[in-house]
Design a protein around this ligand. Sequence first.
Ligand code: GDP
Length: 305
Amino acid sequence: ISRLKEGLSKTRETFREKLSVITQGKTEIDEEFLEELETILVAADVGVETTLAIVEAITERAKKETYRSGEELNRMLMEEIQQLLLDTDTAHPLDFDAPLPETPYVILVVGVNGAGKTTSVAKLAHNYDKAGKKVIIAAADTFRAAAYEQLKIWADRAGVPLIGQGQGADPASVVYDAVSSAVSRNVDVVLVDTAGRLHNKAHLMEELAKIMRVAKKKVPTAPHEVLLVLDGTTGQNAVQQAREFTKFVNVTGLILTKLDGTSKGGIVLSISRELKLPVKYIGVGEKIDDLQLFDREKFVEALVG
Ligand code: GDP
């Protein structure tokens, strides 16, 4: 949790600072205060629905209570916000060391270039490897120049083998190789890094569909997960991107990256509600161990606790 607090420090500090400014010297909640609170919550990207719920709860509480100081009012605010942020779904992702439902467990990682896909693949590989699982990575982004070389550096860092055929190869063929090899070598987890951009959207869609079809030839239930990587610093843009992807791939969960670089970490709480998709992992730094399982309780505590 302290690592999480550190990773979220920008969001945490901005949020706390703003709240302390509006509560300073206040013992009473008025219309102006509620408006300011609303602005702060919206700016933290916790989402309109959540914002309104929080403002309403505070209005109700303010009718029944009086405050002796700004600090007391601030404490009440924090309590109420924490409660309401927790008050939504709490589906926990699978722990890295939990037994997998099936092996090889095939995880497709998708998202636009620059979102943090390659880094996230490596971070996942590292975590599964650390948990004692046998992992391989498939380099199925054969479109972007040097994608293989970049992934190779990360795979080496994670100490995990990489399967690839170089730029221009058929990505579905890479995935077929990887899944076949996983079956014959009793690999637990296959992580597939996919292209973030092709000549056009239809082409990208076709390619992902073909990858899935080919993976199923070896493992009929594959892919077990399709994780969409989104850059957490891009706010509503990330939501838009997610909508595009979910139109043509069955995304099972989200990875939100770069939360260390934003003061709008609240997006994690609004995005899953908006997209009806669970946030499974969050990226809080550039290093290989800067990926965390998303745990709503811990997250909220790191944010406002
Ligand atoms: P891809 O194009 O989607 O494969 O993106 P990359 O994995 O290459 O990442 C793009 C950039 O984002 C790189 O400079 C990464 O170091 C950086 N990045 C990825 N995840 C995080 C994160 O959680 N925090 C920070 N600060 N940077 C990240």
